[in-house]
Design a binder for this molecule. Structure first.
Ligand SMILES: [Zn+2]
Length: 168
């Protein structure tokens, strides 16, 4: 099985134990946030390597790295061929800053577009402008997983989603 199918079958499994899935996603979201923070510290350097090299670089499993590559693919300058990807495939994390920011807004992931690392890339005014503009356009919605209201918030606060970023 390809890496990407392996990841999707696990992370989006309709039959898996709910608690297990919840723990997987909570853990994944924290790792995802840490990788984005790392990438945004040096946004103009293209990070490249094989899937296994990048997993090692960021201290995550091959499966999480696969999930990360799946999530970031639409924000890259050149998308990776994630459907055919193996551990030894060379991939690039060279992202388009504006696309990435907009996609994070679309995903309603304010723990990601609110990362302090963005402040060195865009002024607060520019961020506000992008957020407003993107919320208006709704041209693209990333396929994502719905977070349950009673699940832990993906931002890592330890609070339930409904009491944190899931508040209406
Ligand atoms: Zn939160």
């Amino acid at each position: 099985m390809s890496l990407i199918n392996d990841w999707r079958d696990t992370a989006y499994s309709p039959t898996a134990n709910k608690g297990d899935l919840q723990r997987l996603w909570q853990d994944y979201f924290l790792k995802e946030k840490a990788i984005y923070a790392e990438l945004l510290k040096d946004p103009d350097t293209e990070v490249k390597g094989t899937v296994s090299e990048l997993a090692e670089k960021y201290g995550v499993t091959i499966m999480y790295m696969t999930g990360f590559l799946d999530g970031i693919n639409d924000s890259l300058k050149t998308a990776n061929d994630i459907e055919e990807m193996t551990e030894d495939t060379e991939v690039s994390l060279g992202f388009d800053k504006e696309k990435l920011f907009r996609n994070m807004v679309d995903a309603k992931a304010d723990w990601l577009y609110g990362l302090p690392e963005w402040d060195d890339i865009y002024s607060k005014e520019e961020q506000e402008e992008l957020i407003k503009d993107q919320k208006k356009s709704h041209t693209f919605v990333r396929e994502g997983r719905k977070i349950g209201r009673n699940e832990p918030c993906p931002c890592g606060s330890g609070k339930k989603y409904k009491n944190c970023h899931g508040q209406a």
